[in-house]
Design a protein around this ligand. Sequence first.
Ligand code: 26Q
Length: 822
Amino acid sequence: AWKKHTKKGFTTKDEFEDETVRHIETTLARSLFNCDELAAYSGTALAFRDRLIVEWNKTQQRQTFADQKRVYYLSLEFLMGRALDNAMLNVGLKDVAKDGLKDLGFRIEDVISQEHDAALGNGGLGRLAACFLDSLATMNYPAWGYALRYRYGIFKQQIIDGYQVEIPDYWLDFNPWEFPRHDVTVEIQFYGWVRKYQGENGKTKASWEGGEIVEAVAYDAPIPGYKTATTNNLRLWSSKAASGEFDFQKFNNGEYESSVGDQQRAETISAVLYPNDNLDRGKELRLKQQYFWCAASLYDIVRRFKKSEKAWSAFPDMVAIQLNDTHPTLAIVELQRILIDIEALEWDEAWTIVTNTFGYTNHTVMPEALEKWSVPLMQNLLPRHLQIIYDINMNFLQMVERKFPKDREMLSRVSIIEESQPKMVRMAYLATIGSHKVNGVAELHSDLIRTTVFRDFVSIYGPDKFTNVTNGITPRRWLHQANPRLSELIASKLGGYEFLTDLTLLNKLEQFADDKEFKKEWQEIKYANKVRLAQHIGNTTGISVNPKALFDIQVKRIHEYKRQQLNILGVIHRYLTIKAMSPEERKKLAPRVSIFGGKAAPGYWMAKTVIHLVCSVGEVVNHDKDIGDLLKVIYIEDYNVSKAEIITPASDISEHISTAGTEASGTSNMKFVLNGGLIIGTCDGANIEITREIGESNIFLFGNLAEDVEDLRHAHTYGNSFTLDPDLSRVFTAIRSGTFGDAARFNALCNSIVDHGDYYLVSDDFSSYVKTQELVDEAYKDQEEWVAKCIQSVSRMGFFSSDRCIQEYADMIWNVEPLVPQ
Ligand code: 26Q
């Protein structure tokens, strides 16, 4: 059916070439004589963009006329990566473009790789939002994403002399995928004061006055679905100084400089993405970003609702707003403010509308990541919102008091306001109180939040408010786009590409797990993917790695809880073990390449030390003549979405080894398995459900369980002296004797494990990790068996499609229906 929607625009190779050349010559005003790859990219992108725009407009119209409930996904991060390849595949004309570009003298891969990643996110949370947009459009849900149009995305990482250096990521030079909407603007207020006055019926009313105004300008990006005409909208807000008399006065008074200063201050709000993931650092500018974005988005949503001329009570029947973590929690307060201060609804009526509208997704249990804002800071920036928060809290505490009379402990535990010095607003509590559903992102995680952070709230609201939606990934980008040959091989066996929109169909692959011919093709594809990664490594690091070796990969943000330190200590152990072996023993070893990648938050000193240790170990190991191909240690610079598309398909084994109970879900674990790699991991996050789906014999699990973590930590702090595993001890001795350069640089890292309580339980899991890695070595030697495990695993990964995940949100939380284009 989707075909008849795509009559507009090119469909043949010749038409594609016409369109591309026309754009290069006229839209871009470039001569064809010096048409380089960048110009070819630009022309191709504009040609495909034309095709998206037609369906985009139609989709927006269709959604307006359909007059049905829409989903609004509020996320401060959307880690989109590149758009062109995705657009080509979704429209179904990648082959046409490939042939056309070839005629024009280009290789399509080179053209695609000209595009700058849209890197508006840190890691898992941002990429999840991007996968959700893909699934929402593909499944024809009327949905909008709302975020900020950061001028700088996540920084680019360079590794210089083994240290991370951060480079600003200015990405907007040429971005054909965004459309400024200079007519869609919202004035956003900050600071000022609250004036109380007598309303019409003698009631006291409040009005927020004074302060300063910043203008939000909308920029829209089309989000095409796969093989459907539905093209949804991602709206990004950009900040600029409000154009008003204010400026003119300053100009007229000759205060030119300070007027320019005001302008710059306004533009600062959307200037940069905060580069911390899983860490909260109460900066005022961050709170400004949050309010600016929430207020602009809500104004937009309310404006759209008002056009329907429905009663306010119908708002939750037309609008579902999902909060991606607590970052957009102010949207709850802002909607309540709009309803009571501006639309003059009664408090209770307004609050019912608010709570029926919002859902909140929690992504962490770690205390340092739970957002809190200081009351004085909020008082100053958002005086009216703070009052409303106090009122929400009062009503809530009264309700709790009725339910649990005389439990003062309970009241202080669940209060939105933490009675500290200064007082703090607990955003996770506010989000919970203001939403009708709260969900975690994997079963273990959802169980943990019910028994830890939200324990009291479960007894207050009952268990039904708290639910689980296990994360998923889009098979379009993470299989079809990243691994086209594997996708094609699968399609050849399943009789088509239906599995890309119904991933459970992969289960039909299982019957080929011992088909000789199929396995051979499977292995060839994996090998080709490894060759491609080896080339990338060679080009960027100068180190040549053997694609026949076992590729062992850990790529994700660098964080102590993710335990890259456990991995590198294991690598050092392997190195020392090889060094102690005879040449005969060495011959029996399976060669390995240990590959690391990921960014450290710029202020996270320990994470930067881990990077430095990995690089320093690589420096020694990679140049040790004794070692040769047996072990290589690689740091891949600037890990991002487009690098992930090269890295993921090339893995034999990947590492998901967080301290049990700390990784809410993880999503790269799903990507690696879907691409025919096995994983080594702890019983944490979605690893547990992956194990349930693919079977225990297809995963290398190790380490202590979440339920034992507390006792183990206690034992480190209060227990009698503990003895370090001799293998781990040997590793520390090597580091401390300077084997990997100046030992002083690694003192704090070693001490955090040996002397300072080993909070992440590296020493507790080390020997089980090392033993399990030996099992991996053994298993890899039996390639027939290994490949069978990989095929079987892939065939059982259907559950982890983000389509399943969106279906669950739609049914359990949003109560929205698709709008299928005719
Ligand atoms: C908070 C306050 C101030 C500044 C920054 C932040 C901030 C920014 C980003 C806090 C957290 C994040 C990102 C968190 C994140 O990526 N969490 C991951 O979410 C994934 C999707 O659910 C899970 O799979 C991962 O387990 C989880 O770590």
